[in-house]
Design a protein around this ligand. Sequence first.
Ligand SMILES: [Zn+2]
Length: 109
Amino acid sequence: MKNITTKLKKGDTVQVMKGRFSTKPTVGKILDIRVDKKGKAVVFVEGAVCKKTVRPKNQQDKGGIVDVEKGINISNVQIVCKKCGPTRIGVSQDGDNKVRKCKKCGDVL
Ligand SMILES: [Zn+2]
């Protein structure tokens, strides 16, 4: 698998900034980060679902509308800082470790 250059990781709380989830801002945890067919990083966010119409497959199956979790381009989500809300991630070196920090308030994320 291609290495994804992202500062986000599974379990981060993010806000979906745009996309098809526009009724209200969707805030949720990252469930998964994957690479799509074009090599772009997409994230799957808790609660960020698309309505999908399912056609009946047979007479018993009526079909209907189901929620489908949809991969979101990684540039359309922002990490949520507890103090500032959606923000950008800054990285600073702390000894041997890289620490992710909020670019607004400097809090460790
Ligand atoms: Zn902050």
